[in-house]
Design a protein around this ligand. Structure first.
Ligand SMILES: [Fe+2]
Length: 156
């Protein structure tokens, strides 16, 4: 889709907006991977994994909207588009069917990457006393940490 005018991107944005955009891309890529796992996981534990992955992608879908709208509330434009999210997330796709434990391990890696970017967001927001963005980041860190614990427990 070509448009005559493009708005300024996050290149000139504040550190908080840049990091919100990073977490948005991470979360979108993680949601896509979680959906992939939900659809294609097989074997022992199918029913519980299929359901757990659904709970996770539903949480991510809501968080994505909250993150994007926080960028808008900070008077910047939110990034969009699958190509851009895939490129900027730095999160690998599965690229085809894998074993259940490999879906879980791949998701753990993506959650941990997202947590690291959320910690940077939390700290950037703290630097500018943006406690509302910091609160959003803390809530997301808690959810990703809890989900990572659950996924890792499956792997033991
Ligand atoms: Fe489904």
């Amino acid at each position: 889709m070509k448009t005559a005018t493009t708005h300024s991107s996050t290149k000139t944005a504040s550190p908080v907006v840049k990091q919100l955009a990073q977490v948005l891309a991470d979360s979108y890529a993680l949601m896509a991977n979680t959906h992939d796992a939900h659809w294609n996981v097989e074997g022992a534990g199918f029913f519980s994994l299929h359901q757990a992955f659904q709970t996770q992608y539903e949480n991510l879908f809501e968080a994505i909207d909250e993150l994007a709208e926080r960028i808008r509330a900070l008077d910047a434009f939110a990034p969009g588009g699958l190509t851009r999210f895939a490129r900027e997330s730095g999160i690998d796709e599965f690229g085809g069917p894998v074993a259940a434990k490999d879906y879980v391990a791949g998701l753990v890696t993506a959650h941990e990457k997202t947590i690291a970017d959320l910690v940077a967001l939390r700290d950037a927001a703290g630097q500018t006393n943006d406690l509302e963005t910091q609160d959003l980041a803390i809530g997301r860190i808690q959810w990703h940490q809890k989900t990572t614990w659950m996924l890792k427990s499956y792997l033991k």
